[in-house]
Structures are given as structure tokens and as C-alpha cells.
Design a protein around this ligand. Structure first.
Ligand SMILES: Nc1ncnc2c1ncn2[C@@H]1O[C@H](COP(=O)(O)OP(=O)(O)OP(=O)(O)O)[C@@H](O)[C@H]1O
Length: 178
């Protein structure tokens, strides 16, 4: 049921260069309702939220909040708020170098670092984006890189949050069988 407090996404799309992150979302969220966006990593949830909050420009479409078109308004003018994900990756290092960093600190040679980092990236399904900077990744992708970085030295006790669904030999020995 529509109320005067609805949030409307009108044919909203977001593209980052050649990547379509959000494709023609057209939906009315009832005012006062509590909504969860569920979907696989990289499907566009954060981009959608950032466009609603005004932290991301909209490629196509518009955002209507309580009947007002806020598409061109700055975040502070929208009356929205946002809590960000943060996985403490090194912002100036690409994905591969983030994962290999601790090996470098241990004096491991470059070829071995590269090979080991690639193995870890394959483990978390991130081997296709080794040259991206953290700012060019989705939140879940950043978290997977952070997980690869945590596992690259084969730690005795790897710890992570509930988003991780991948098990390695290290995980199994530390936490029991999956
Ligand atoms: N600044 C950017 N430059 C290029 N591609 C980007 C950028 N930000 C996000 N993407 C890509 O857009 C897609 C959607 O990203 P988004 O952050 O919206 O996903 P998500 O559903 O929130 O993912 P997750 O659950 O992993 O946090 C991903 O494929 C991501 O790699």
C-alpha cells in the first residue's frame, strides 16, 4: 500500500564503465517498512543503497523520496544515512598485492608470492580481478580479498565473519570438518 513516505526507485540503473552493477530496478518501498536486499556477492546491493543515499551517481532513472525527486541532491540534502562496510585492505595496493603483502614482509620471493596469492584468490573466487584496487570492488569482494589475505600465510587459527562459506585445509584443522 502506498503512503506519502514511500521510497521509489524508478527504472534505476548503474554502470561502472562496462560493468552493469544495477539493471533497471523499478520498485516502490512502502514508507515505514524494513527492507533487506538479498543476493549474491557483486549483484548490486551496495550500489543500489549508495544511489539511494546519494553517495553514487545514477546512470539512469530516478529516486523519489516521500514524493520528492532527490536524484540530483547531495546526501546531506536527502535526509538519508548509511553505514559502510570496511575490511581494512590497503587502499593503494591492488588485490594481488594486498593478498601477498604479509608474504613480502616475511621475505618470500616475488614468484612464490605471486603463485601463493593467486592460489588464495582462486579459493575465494577472486582470481579474475587481481589488478583492481579495493575501491573498485564490492563489499563482499573486498571481504573475500581480506579472507585470502588472512589465509595466505596458512595461519593456525583463521577467523572470519559469517559471510565466508569456503573451507580450506587450515579452516578444517582449526575449526573442525565442514
Ligand atoms: N567503483 C567501481 N568500479 C568498477 N566496478 C565496480 C565499482 N563498484 C562496484 N563495482 C562492480 O559492480 C558490481 C556490483 O557491486 P556492488 O558493490 O553493488 O555489489 P553488492 O551486491 O553490494 O556485493 P556484495 O554482496 O559483495 O557487497 C560488482 O561486480 C562490482 O565489482
Amino acid at each position: 500500500m502506498r503512503t506519502g513516505r514511500d521510497l521509489e526507485l524508478v527504472h534505476v540503473s548503474k554502470r561502472y564503465g562496462g560493468t552493469t552493477a544495477v539493471d533497471d530496478v523499478d520498485h516502490v518501498f512502502a514508507g515505514g517498512s524494513y527492507v533487506c536486499l538479498l543476493g549474491p556477492s557483486g549483484c548490486g546491493k551496495s550500489s543500489t543503497l549508495r544511489m539511494i543515499a546519494g553517495h553514487e551517481s545514477i546512470t539512469e532513472g530516478s529516486v523519489i523520496l516521500e514524493g520528492q525527486d532527490v536524484t540530483g541532491l547531495a546526501p546531506a540534502q536527502r535526509g538519508t544515512a548509511m553505514m559502510f562496510q570496511n575490511y581494512a585492505l590497503f587502499p593503494h595496493l591492488n588485490v594481488r598485492d594486498n593478498v601477498a603483502f604479509s608474504l613480502k614482509m616475511k621475505g618470500v620471493d616475488r614468484a612464490t608470492r605471486h603463485k601463493r596469492a593467486t592460489e588464495m584468490l582462486e579459493l575465494v573466487d577472486m582470481a579474475h580481478l587481481p589488478d583492481r584496487l579495493p575501491a573498485q570492488l564490492s563489499g563482499g569482494q573486498q571481504q573475500r580479498v581480506a579472507l585470502a589475505r588472512a589465509l595466505v600465510t596458512d595461519p593456525r587459527v583463521p577467523c572470519w565473519t559469517s559471510r565466508c562459506r569456503r573451507w580450506t585445509r587450515s579452516c578444517a584443522s582449526a575449526c573442525g570438518p565442514s
